[in-house]
Every structure is written in structure tokens, then in C-alpha cells.
Design a protein around this ligand. Structure first.
Ligand code: ATP
Ligand code: MG
Length: 217
């Protein structure tokens, strides 16, 4: 479902160039639940962005379901992402002036779907139907995280990327969020790539990848 070949990405800070991704070759299968671990600054977010089409690699390619992501034109790529890829950002990225329901409805609206109904179904899946009319500022961190997950799944993506989806949550809420993600993979065949610091949480997955020194092992 996800295949990469020779991904390279470096950042220039002043005169120094740091190679964050140093030739990454990956194969992730349909419906697989993969965790991505590694020390802070190792490049987990950079890799996830690159896999999701949010950051073009300097070298190499990313195939999602056979589509070469970075060979698509800008509009085509945005449409492909909207349809096939869900992304839960490291710090939620909810729009503060929109309610939970409105936040979840955004990707559906872009795709021109019946977005309110789909958004309500997605909120129900993450157990937040009764918070549909709340603003992010009126919700706890765990609730906001669940809204972000609902938004990521509203268009029924084939692939879901989640960057530290339990980063700031207590251990019970973390387990709940992981269970929701695992259920999506088990019941709907979604391919999951989840970044976590918590090796314990990663045990529920099929495979754990570790990124270090620009390489994945
Ligand atoms: N836009 C940027 N400009 C310059 N350097 C960057 C940029 N984005 C990331 N980096 C650098 O690339 C490296 C990898 O960053 P990245 O955010 O991918 O790490 P991470 O593994 O997700 O870390 P964390 O666990 O803290 O979230 C870091 O050294 C970071 O400083
Ligand atoms: Mg990160």
C-alpha cells in the first residue's frame, strides 16, 4: 500500500546541512498497523509528512496504492490526498473558531460529499457525538485528539498517518485512542502508520520501525 524508494531529505541550518532522511526504503502492506519510533529530532514527523505527500523529498519516490505521489500535479495530488490519505497532526491542528462537527466536515466539504452526515458518523466512531457543537477550546486534549482523528477518517481514507496521537494524554486516554485507531485498521482495512514515543503502546501493532541516523530499521 505504501512503498518508498531512496528517500532523502536534509535541512540547512546556517552553513550546516543535516540529512534527516538518508535513503529510506519502506514497504507497508494493505491493512498493516505500523508504528514508527525513534528519538526526538530523528525525523519521524519529516518522514510522515513525506509519506503523506506534505513534503517533497529531495530524492526518491513515494507510492501510495500504486500512485507515484510526487509525480502528480499540484491539484491532482491535493485531490488524491483528500480522497485516500488521513493525517492526524502532532498538535491536532483544529480550526479554533469551528465546532467539532464543522472541523470534521472540512475534508468532506472539499471533496464535495454530503459532509455533515459523514462528519456525524465519524464523530460517533470516536465516541464524541454529544460534543458535536463544542468548540475546541471547550474540549479536553483527548477530546480534541479524537476530533482530529474523526476529521482524518471522514473521507474513509485507505491510509491513515497519526503523529504522536497520544502525545499529551494520560495512559487510559492513550489506550482508548490507540484502540480506536486499531479498530479502524481491523474493521475497515485502513493501513496505519503511527508515530509514538511509547514502545508499550506500539505493542498492539504488527510491526515497529525505528528511525535513527536518517535510516529506518
Ligand atoms: N523546516 C525545518 N527547517 C530546518 N530544520 C528542520 C525543519 N523541520 C525539521 N527540521 C529538523 O529535522 C530534524 C527532524 O525533525 P522532525 O520534526 O522530523 O523530528 P521528530 O522525530 O518528529 O521529533 P519529535 O519526536 O521531537 O517530534 C530535527 O533536527 C529538526 O530540527
Ligand atoms: Mg515529530
Amino acid at each position: 500500500m505504501i512503498e518508498t524508494k531512496g528517500l532523502h531529505r536534509s535541512y540547512r541550518i546556517g552553513k550546516k546541512s543535516i540529512e534527516v532522511l538518508h535513503g529510506i526504503d519502506l514497504q507497508i502492506y494493505k491493512g498493516e498497523k505500523v508504528f514508527l519510533c525513534g528519538p526526538s529530532g530523528a525525523g519521524k514527523t519529516t518522514l510522515l509528512y513525506t509519506l503523506a505527500g506534505l513534503e517533497r523529498p529531495e530524492l526518491g519516490s513515494v507510492y501510495i496504492a500504486g500512485t507515484d505521489l510526487y509525480q502528480l500535479g499540484r491539484k491532482q495530488q491535493a485531490a488524491f490526498r483528500n480522497r485516500s490519505i488521513g493525517y492526524v497532526f502532532q498538535n491536532y491542528h483544529l480550526l479554533p473558531e469551528l465546532t467539532a462537527l464543522e472541523n470534521v466536515a472540512v475534508p468532506g466539504a472539499i471533496a464535495g460529499l454530503n459532509h455533515n452526515e459523514a462528519a456525524m458518523i465519524a464523530l460517533e466512531r470516536v465516541g464524541l457525538k454529544d460534543r458535536a457543537d463544542h468548540l475546541p477550546s471547550e474540549m479536553s486534549g483527548g477530546e480534541q485528539q479524537r476530533v482530529a482523528i474523526a476529521r482524518a477518517i471522514v473521507n474513509q481514507p485507505n491510509v491513515l498517518f497519526a503523529d504522536e496521537p497520544t502525545g499529551n494524554l494520560d495512559s487510559n486516554t492513550s489506550k482508548e485512542i490507540m484502540e480506536i485507531l486499531m479498530q479502524l485498521a481491523d474493521e475497515q482495512g485502513v493501513t496505519l502508520v503511527v508515530v509514538t514515543h511509547d514502545r508499550g503502546l506500539a505493542e498492539v501493532g504488527d510491526r515497529t520501525l525505528v528511525i535513527k541516523d536518517g535510516k529506518v530499521t
